[in-house]
Write a protein that binds this ligand. Structure first.
Ligand code: ADP
Ligand code: MG
Length: 244
């Protein structure tokens, strides 16, 4: 039996009195591409943030690559270096060059030599299709280019898992494709990915599984084909009718 690389069991999370995750169970297997859809406020971002302990949980258990995420003894820096995260807002350091944005963590956290980190950063920039932007500053790049730098930065630590939280939602339409193409290439290479997105084309093409969240719960899970063409739950149907 394969072991999941991410295991979420009976997870509850509250922000004060707001019960935002209401018993979430989820497994993600190595090499799997999981897409999460659902209305605004349903807890998608919170779930991603709990997976790398940007947020604590109050009940349940999350295990990532055999680390119990909420065990105080878990080496959190080590755990986080196995998880790359890409946000809607690219969150690049504006005062640093593209190269420095990408090499900062590998040098500081992994103790990689600057030359080695530079070499890896340059090959990642080539991979995301902007080999000539190493010396540029984020403000000199388009949104699509900045997001591709953010993906390269996420990959720089050689993570086992990549989490994407609406990576194309802040982009102008003509830049969405270039970012999705990089993500599809990653998926084809076998990267384990959890992607919150409303890009149904991406989900149909790249996802192995789609889950629909509403009100802090996973309402339904299935193949893209099944979720998009014959959803079982009325709430899933209602959501899809609104966005498609
Ligand atoms: P989604 O990503 O599906 O839109 P979120 O996970 O961002 O949903 O939010 C789920 C709920 O938790 C929402 O009601 C949101 O307002 C609330 N929430 C998110 N982050 C915080 C926070 N840091 N403090 C308080 N409430 C929050
Ligand atoms: Mg969100």
């Amino acid at each position: 039996m394969r072991e999941p690389i991410i295991l979420v069991r009976g997870v509850h999370k509250w922000f004060g009195s707001l019960h935002v995750l209401q018993g979430v169970d989820l497994e993600v297997y190595p090499g799997e591409v999981l897409v999460i859809i659902g209305p605004s406020g349903s807890g998608k971002s919170t779930l991603l943030r709990c997976i790398n302990r940007l947020e604590p949980i109050q009940q349940g258990r999350i295990v990532v690559d055999r680390y119990d995420v909420n065990d105080p003894k878990t080496p959190i820096t080590r755990l986080r270096s196995e998880i790359g995260m890409v946000f809607q807002q690219f969150n690049l350091y504006p005062h640093m060059s593209v190269l420095d944005n990408i090499t900062l963590a590998p040098i500081r956290v992994r103790g990689m030599s600057p030359e080695q980190a530079r070499e890896r950063a340059l090959s990642l920039l080539a991979k995301v299709g902007i080999p000539d932007k190493a010396a540029a500053y984020p403000s000199q790049l388009s949104g699509g280019q900045q997001q591709r730098v953010a993906i390269a930065r996420g990959l720089a630590m050689n993570p086992k898992i990549m989490l994407f939280d609406e990576p194309t939602s802040a982009l102008d339409p003509e830049m969405i494709k270039e970012v999705l193409d990089v993500m599809k290439a990653l998926a084809r290479e076998g990267m384990t990915m959890v992607v919150v997105t409303h890009e149904m084309g991406f989900a149909r093409e790249a996802a192995h599984r789609v889950i629909f969240m509403d009100g802090g719960r996973i309402i339904e899970s299935g193949t893209p084909e099944q979720i998009f063409t014959r959803p079982r739950e009325a709430r899933t149907r209602g959501f899809l009718e609104k966005i498609l």
